[in-house]
Design a protein around this ligand. Structure first.
Ligand code: ZN
Length: 428
């Protein structure tokens, strides 16, 4: 087992049974991300298809309840866990000779699919790291983001919406950016239901994911406020359990909007004060309000507040983030470490790192250990092995205290790689 899977992450990954609501006309099926099916007199509307590996399971769950044909598939956005598990549905349509369904997405979703075409291997590599503790290392990509079903109804532009009626039920679709630039959400007035896609994931928004492209905190807040105006009774999030009750739905949308405004506005305020990233980041950690820290829906189990600070900074600022010209075109970190080791021997740094560790200053200890790890060659085995062992120990301790699944995986992957290197070193 890698990074720990908390109770919240069980829900996030959809490890709970499907449920029906509104007299069994709405079917909510978890399978990593959630699929929501609306059963109308004239056929089915499916909001988000599952991850490809769970497509059959989700298909079977739907078919155990209704035999009506699928008329619409809506992609909340083009991520692999929301738009790729369409296989069994299309196979059934072909077998039965039904009409192909309309597939609804935003135009940026098509751009995303084009991006996956050119960056397939890269995304496999990135996702293997991000999901290492559940997908396993070295296995083939379980989360590959390719092979797509082309949208037939395409929302265009920034302020777009689309609505249709099927079997006396109205479906209203809106485009708002947040986690991605291709996200759309669904409001079904007759069912008092909002399907959010990953604009809501029953935890802190996945903003500022360290592996992924830019995300949009201010627009995210605005999307939450637009959803709140609908006064929904059910909120089907992209991940996590169905949220039921007008007041609860309202509370979830309000607090998520509030925290997105907070992280955005406080970073912007500090940018206007002429501060660099390091200062902004550490100040932001200090001022994070208790009410957000304690709120169940803002648990940093996948994304987290710390990532949100990065997201906002990056939205407005380039890559030169330290304000120190030394960092503008820096030397290789290995060369810097090598020079530091000429001033003081490995043993001295090791001794100091151990002292920092014993004082609980783990992060500082890591920085000092990196001087040995980066600067020493493998002929100088002993201090290197000791430095690597202490680094593994610290990383493992950090994993234990880490709430974010993504951060936990990054720390844990590194610990695993170092352990492999240690095995090799000890053989020599
Ligand atoms: Zn998702």
């Amino acid at each position: 087992m890698g990074a720990k899977i908390t109770e919240g992450m069980n829900d996030w990954f959809g490890w709970f049974p499907p449920s029906n609501f509104e007299n069994n006309t709405c079917i909510f099926i978890p399978s990593m991300a959630n699929t929501c099916v609306f059963d109308t007199k004239e056929g089915l509307v499916i909001f988000d298809v599952p991850i490809r590996q769970f497509a059959q399971k989700t298909f079977d769950a739907i078919r155990s309840i209704t035999n009506k044909p699928v008329k619409y598939i809506i992609y909340s956005h083009g991520h692999f866990d929301h738009a790729f598990g369409y296989g069994p549905f299309i196979e059934e349509i072909r077998k039965k000779g039904w009409d192909m369904p309309e597939v609804i997405a935003h135009e940026n979703c098509i751009r995303r699919f084009e991006k996956y075409e050119i960056l397939g291997k890269y995304h496999d590599w990135i996702n293997k790291q991000q999901f290492a503790s559940v997908s396993g290392r070295g296995r083939d990509a379980v989360v590959s983001a390719r092979e797509t079903l082309d949208p037939t109804i395409i929302l265009k532009g920034n302020d777009s919406s689309y609505s249709f009626k099927l079997g006396d039920v109205n479906f209203e679709i809106y485009h708002d950016i947040g986690e991605t630039d291709d996200s759309i959400w669904l409001w079904v007035p007759e069912k008092k239901t909002i399907c959010t896609g990953d604009l809501n994931v029953s935890s802190f928004p996945n903003i500022g994911n360290p592996f992924k492209v830019q995300r949009y905190p201010k627009d995210w807040a605005i999307a939450m406020e637009k959803m709140r105006e609908k006064n929904a009774e059910y909120l089907a999030p992209g991940h996590g359990r169905l949220i039921e009750g007008t007041e609860k739905v309202r509370d979830v949308l309000s607090i998520t909007a509030e925290v997105m405004h907070f992280v955005h506005d406080e970073v912007v305020k500090r940018l206007n004060e002429g501060k660099w990233f390091e200062e902004i980041y550490h100040e932001m950690l200090e001022i994070y309000p208790e009410k957000f820290k304690k709120h169940k829906i803002l648990r940093g189990i996948y994304g987290c507040y710390r990532f949100g600070i990065h997201a906002t900074y990056r939205l407005y600022h380039g890559w030169y983030d330290s304000g120190n010209p030394t960092d503008l075109f820096p030397a290789k970190t290995n060369d810097i470490a090598l020079e530091l080791l000429k001033i003081n021997r490995e043993e001295k740094y090791l001794e100091h790192a151990k002292k920092l560790y014993s004082e609980g200053k783990k992060q500082l200890a890591l920085h000092v250990l990196d001087i040995i790890i980066k600067g020493t060659d493998e002929t100088n085995g002993e201090p290197l092995i000791e430095a690597l062992e202490l680094k593994v120990k610290i990383l493992k301790e950090k994993v234990k205290n880490e709430t974010s699944f993504i951060a936990g995986n990054i720390l844990n992957n590194a610990a695993h790689q170092i352990k492999e290197r240690l095995k090799e070193l000890k053989k020599k």
